[in-house]
Design a binder for this molecule. Structure first.
Ligand SMILES: [Zn+2]
Ligand SMILES: [Zn+2]
Length: 258
């Protein structure tokens, strides 16, 4: 059985002391590939360094909406250059975050749009972060014709209707630790109805640890707990869910080799 953690921030300071162990533990649990998204230009360099050091780790480069203020034009050029690295498999994470609201909405939208253009130029999918900005995200993805790049709505927590609108644009839907939370019946209901060929799993480590580790540092090995929960609500075995989500990850992130 092999699982892909499609979203783990292994460059986070919380992994600075034991990254070797974290990756070894994941591999021992069958997490055969890990994708590490950056949040700005500095971390874009870091995630590439980690991907170069570990054969099963891949990178995504991009500017997160929390880092969207005052981005120099040169940073977009540099992201585009880094995207051509052999282990960079996506542009991400990018998106809108109206909860933290670190930058004006128009600025966030501009930063996201410019990176979708980069994704199209370099032929990579996007990894989309959305917090309290669903309507604007969906409109932007539609306006930008995101089907040309493809991508994933990471750590999805929206409604079934939101999911269907994203699916209609060709997007994949990824579930993380929150699908295991006690009060997340609505998220589980959505996870139950995503088409087999569009569903992914992730941890968003070091954040969002699944139950019963909620509040503790998360790590890629725990994507197995997420996958088990998603398998349960879809009435399939963990093995079948793993095979399906891994095939989906390798299709979407086509630069991830087997
Ligand atoms: Zn995110
Ligand atoms: Zn993230």
């Amino acid at each position: 059985m092999m699982l892909v953690d499609t979203h783990c921030h292994l460059m986070d300071q919380q992994f600075a002391d034991d990254l070797d162990d974290v990756i070894r533990r994941a591999e021992a649990e069958g997490i055969g590939r890990m994708i590490v998204p950056a949040v700005d230009l500095a971390t874009a360099h870091e995630v590439i360094r980690i991907a170069e050091a570990y054969p099963n780790v891949y990178a995504a480069v991009g500017i997160h909406p929390e880092s969207a203020n005052d981005v120099p034009a040169s940073h977009f050029d540099e992201i585009e250059r880094l995207a051509k690295h052999e282990k960079v498999v996506a542009i991400g994470e990018i998106g809108l975050d109206y909860y933290w609201d670190s930058a004006p909405h128009a600025v966030q939208q501009d930063v996201m749009a410019r990176q979708i253009e980069i994704a199209k130029r370099v032929g990579l999918p996007i990894i989309v972060h959305n917090r309290e900005s669903t309507e604007d995200i969906i409109q932007l993805l539609d306006r930008m014709n995101v089907a040309e790049s493809g991508g994933v709505m990471h750590c999805f927590s929206g409604s079934e209707n939101d999911a269907r609108r994203c699916l209609a644009m060709g997007m994949y839907i990824s579930f993380g630790g929150p699908v295991t939370f006690k009060k997340a019946d609505d998220v589980r209901a959505v996870a139950a109805v995503i088409p087999d060929d569009r569903i992914l799993v992730e941890t968003d480590s070091p954040y969002l640890s699944p139950h019963p580790f909620r509040g503790k540092r998360n790590e890629p090995s725990r994507v197995k707990i997420v996958a088990q929960q998603v398998a349960d609500v879809r009435n399939v075995s963990l093995e079948a869910l793993a095979a399906q989500t891994t095939a989906n990850a390798l299709r979407l992130f086509s630069k991830v080799g087997l």
